[in-house]
Design a binder for this molecule. Structure first.
Ligand code: NAD
Length: 500
């Protein structure tokens, strides 16, 4: 199914998925169903089972068995690499089907979804190499009688909770790296975007992943998600989502089994533009950085901090670009910005658009609800005349809303950029390499872009400073995150007795 579907319209009937346990899809049976309506077309597109605590326990038990009997971690790195490579190839083969459901459930443009799925195949291919190169350390300097070895071992059963904004991409920034380490998985996708996770589970089985190594439970965060964060038999939890739920993960880990945590949380990311930047490039990047994925993007560059001498001109340049963005049916190949994914998120964005104006900011453009039929669409908005204490400047809106603050000196730009509880990502635009690198060093963020934004790939790690999270995903750092280190002291020759 790798050629574009001939009929890019919502399906006549919603597709029903089972959850995934011990290598096979389990139909909903007696369980109630959660129906997903396309946010762009307002028609039902998928149905998933509302899993129970028993289902979760069965999934964790399957992952536990698969981990403890070493059917996966006991394989050579080369054998694990073979499965990951095959999975990458199968993702490429099924790309069109995955992208189609991603678009239907999330509302993102189909062209964007295709790009993300291709990137996901690349993640698997890259991580396959890491399965072979993961290694520890040795100490040959402990004297003739002693040798020290440090091994890296998989943490065990990993619970994986993912959000709705990049359902497949965020999943694939984690799954291949977790599997490369030798861990087994129980995944819980967002209840509104579960299809691509369930498709991946089937692909992994087909690629030769042993049963029980990838299980998927479906259902709401408040029941199934909460059950996972409190579970006594999950060794590590990788959570991607809001800072509020991230806090619950920490509390639940403390109350339960002190499971290891990886947390990828919110962001309110600065884009610093100096007057000496290539302003055309910067305006293009800033417009892309706020409109991409309708701003429902944890690394979206939502706080524009621009040198005062060019601030008005630059705002007009970004405005001109945002007003040309093609918003519309995400199944249309030419659409650049699709629908807002959930009703709740739509209400949140509209609430901030109102609040910004009530607080005295000036809405330069956008923020209007585009009349495009059944779905939820919001034109990308720019606020000027903002102050640093306004909620639109401080809070993560998670929508296409850009605020602009001017600065006079590099120190001031850095100070404004760091004036946030978050530290996920940042961009700097300048043709002066000294300035750009100084800013890169001084702004506290886990990801930085210099004269670009939102670039990514399987090699470089992802993760946040401050309240944006703990730990790193992707790259070799990402694999190591799912391991723990064991020290082995080896006596060489006859042991020196202690004299008792
Ligand atoms: P969310 O926190 O509401 O939900 C994320 C996931 O957690 C979903 O699967 C949800 O079902 C589950 N969940 C909800 N309540 C839970 C609970 N009590 N216990 C356990 N699980 C629970 O976030 P969202 O609205 O889906 O996504 C938006 C947020 O995610 C934003 O804050 C965004 O910045 C953040 N995000 C961060 C990254 C990153 O890499 N840092 C990436 C994407 C999204």
């Amino acid at each position: 199914m790798n050629k574009p579907l001939t009929r890019l319209s919502p399906p006549a009937e919603p597709r029903e998925f089972g959850f995934f346990l011990d290598g096979r899809a389990v139909p909903a049976g007696e369980r109630s169903l959660i129906e997903r309506r396309s946010p762009a077309h307002d028609v039902p597109v998928t149905r998933i089972p509302h899993c129970t605590q028993d289902d979760l326990d069965a999934a964790v038990a399957a992952a536990r068995r698969a981990f403890d009997d070493r059917r996966w971690s006991g394989l050579s790195g080369a054998a694990r690499a073979g499965v990951l490579l095959k999975a990458g190839a199968l993702i490429r083969e099924r790309a069109e089907e995955i992208a189609y459901f991603e678009t239907l459930e999330n509302g993102k443009p189909i062209a964007q979804a295709r790009g993300e799925v291709a990137g996901c195949a690349d993640m698997f291919e890259y991580a396959s190499g890491l399965a072979r190169s993961l290694h520890g350390d040795s100490f040959n300097n402990l004297g003739d009688g002693m040798f020290g070895i440090v091994t890296r071992e998989p943490v065990g059963v990993v619970g994986l909770i993912t959000p709705w904004n990049f359902p497949f991409l965020i999943l694939c920034e984690r799954v291949p790296y977790i599997l490369a380490s030798g861990c087994t998985i129980v995944a819980k996708p967002s209840e509104v975007t579960s299809a691509s996770t369930l498709l991946l589970a089937g692909i992994l089985t087909e690629a030769g992943l042993p049963d029980g190594c990838m299980n998927v439970v479906t259902g709401p965060g408040s029941s199934i998600g909460q059950g996972m964060i409190e579970h006594m038999d999950i060794d590590m939890l990788s959570f991607t989502g809001s800072t509020g739920v991230g806090r619950r993960c920490v509390e639940a880990a403390a109350r339960s089994n002190f499971k290891k945590l990886g947390l990828e949380l919110g962001g309110k990311n600065p884009q610093i533009v100096f007057a000496d930047a290539d302003l055309e490039d910067a305006a293009d990047g800033v417009a892309f950085g706020i409109a991409f994925n309708t701003g429902q993007c944890c690394v979206s560059g939502s706080r524009l901090i621009v040198e005062r001498s060019v601030a008005d001109r630059f705002a007009a340049m970004v405005q001109a670009k945002l007003e040309r963005v093609r918003i519309g049916d995400p199944l249309d190949e030419s659409t650049q910005v699709g629908a807002i994914t959930t009703e709740a998120q739509n209400a949140t964005i509209l609430g901030y658009l109102r609040k910004g104006q009530e607080e005295g900011a000036r809405l330069l453009c956008g923020g209007t609800v585009a009349d495009l039929g059944a779905g939820r669409f919001i034109g990308p908005a720019i606020f000027t005349d903002v102050t640093r204490d306004m909620s639109i400047v401080r809070d993560e809106i998670f929508g296409p809303v850009l605020t602009i603050l001017p600065f006079d000196t590099l120190d001031e730009a850095v100070e404004i950029a760091n004036d946030t509880i978050y530290g996920l990502a940042a961009s700097v635009w300048s043709q002066d390499i000294d300035k750009a690198l100084t800013v890169t060093r001084r702004v506290r963020a886990g990801r930085f872009w210099v004269n670009t934004t939102l670039a990514g790939g399987p090699e470089l790690p992802l993760g946040g400073f401050k309240q944006s999270g703990w730990g790193r995903e992707a790259g070799m750092y990402g694999v190591e995150e799912y391991t723990q280190v064991k020290s082995v002291h080896v006596e060489i020759g006859k042991r020196r007795h202690w004299g008792a």
